[in-house]
Design a protein around this ligand. Structure first.
Ligand SMILES: Nc1ncnc2c1ncn2[C@@H]1O[C@H](COP(=O)(O)OP(=O)(O)O)[C@@H](O)[C@H]1O
Ligand SMILES: [Mg+2]
Length: 388
């Protein structure tokens, strides 16, 4: 009698404990009779639908979120002896919650006589999961925006400077009616206007690409791009907007070389590399930047040397990673080399940045030389338009 009393007491303690649980727990017989359930399971028990006289599978009453087969996990556990699960939404004390029901077959040999259902509240976890996905999306949006800002920044600064120069020059010559406009002033102005015109069109193509969702790194290869013109354009872009006068020497041999490349992309790569060289040199008191080119078998190498302090050791292994920068916020984004690397790769070229013996840095871009017989090469970029 004493043993029975103790057993009853233990059962009561156990039942009370289980009733305190946040999770729902119930045991159901094969015929659908609920043998036992705790308080939470009581609250979660689906309303018994018309035509059923007792327990109903949540999978039948509430749509299971992940139940593609449409099989009630409880029925499956009873019939096949397999555990199963089902996620469903339920309104509890006026609040929308998401519960996961886990179903375990009971019995020594899983004979499918009864199952135990465990209901766990997954709301918080799912909310966090969704929040993470959103944060992830926002972050990647931020990266894209930063990349675009980077692409637009240098040419925009140049355009601003050139436009300001043009206005100042016009004002000056207009202020003195005795003095006719000098020929070289006119030359300067038309050169600047041409640059502004070209750059505005290039920027237009970038924003157009963004609006149409085109892959910005996909290249449209032109079989014969003259290096001299490309480098001249990039030089004008970087150094026309430069505040400090840094000497730039462009080798005469450049105009002798033509490469297979996307001309817009090659300008962009050169702008990025020249900007880096300028950044490296302008802090110092002397030294400059030199651009040269040489033929190396089927390729042409474009070399940019500067007399700056060289690549800082702390960034050496990560130069081509996005956002790797040693420049203060607002000065550097760490996207220049990363973007350039992607563009050069998509033009079937290679790129490197190393320190030179005796100081300074050297960037080398190698691209396929223009077709030997001068023919336009087949378009080999990754752009979908180019593939047709
Ligand atoms: N010519 C160079 N001389 C020295 N360091 C360089 C040179 N070019 C690039 N670097 C280093 O590589 C980093 C990444 O360059 P980049 O990707 O263009 O980003 P950002 O110029 O915005 O910092 C720079 O912050 C700098 O530390
Ligand atoms: Mg840079």
């Amino acid at each position: 009698a004493e043993a029975r009393e103790r057993a009853a007491l233990e059962l009561e303690v156990l039942t009370n404990t289980l009733d305190e649980l946040e999770a729902g727990l119930e045991v159901v017989e094969k015929d659908g009779v609920v043998i036992w359930r705790n308080k939470r399971a009581e609250q979660l028990a689906p309303a018994i639908p018309e035509g059923h006289d007792h327990w109903a599978c949540p999978g039948d009453v509430r749509a299971c979120e992940q139940d593609v087969t449409g099989v009630c996990p409880v029925r499956n556990a009873l019939d096949e002896g397999e555990p199963g699960h089902c996620r469903f939404a339920v309104k509890l004390e006026g609040e929308e919650r998401i519960y996961e029901m886990q179903v375990f077959p009971l019995g020594a040999d899983h004979d499918g006589q009864r199952v135990m259902n465990l209901y766990v509240d997954r709301t918080a976890g799912l909310v966090n999961e969704r929040r993470l996905i959103l944060a992830e999306r926002l972050a990647s949006l931020g990266r894209v925006t930063q990349g675009v800002a980077h692409e637009l920044n240098t040419p925009l600064a140049t355009i601003r400077t050139l436009a300001a120069d043009m206005v100042a020059a016009l004002k000056q010559s207009g202020g003195d009616p005795q003095q006719p406009m000098l020929d070289d002033l006119l030359d300067d102005l038309s050169e600047s206007a041409a640059l502004v015109h070209d750059e505005t069109r290039r920027l237009g193509r970038i924003t157009q690409g963004l609006l149409t969702g085109r892959d910005l790194t996909a290249s449209e290869i032109d079989g014969a791009v003259p290096l001299g013109a490309v480098v001249e354009r990039a030089r004008a872009l970087v150094f026309a907007g430069a505040r400090k006068n840094v000497p730039v020497a462009v080798g005469a041999e450049l105009s002798a070389h033509t490469v297979a490349a996307d001309p817009d992309h090659l300008v962009q790569v050169m702008v990025n590399l020249l900007q880096n060289a300028y950044d490296a040199v302008r802090e110092g008191t002397r030294g400059g930047v030199r651009v040269s080119a040489r033929r190396d078998g089927p390729r042409v190498e474009i070399v940019i040397d500067d007399d700056g302090p060289g690549v800082p050791t702390e960034i050496e292994g990560r130069l081509f990673e996005p956002f790797a920068t040693t420049k203060p916020p607002g000065k550097g984004t760490g996207l220049g080399l990363y973007t350039s690397y992607m563009l050069v790769t998509s033009m079937n070229g290679t790129m490197s940045l190393e320190n030179r013996e005796g100081g300074g840095a050297r960037a080398v871009v190698a691209l396929p030389a223009a077709g030997e017989r001068g023919e336009r090469l087949v378009q080999i970029g990754r752009s979908p338009e180019a593939a047709e």
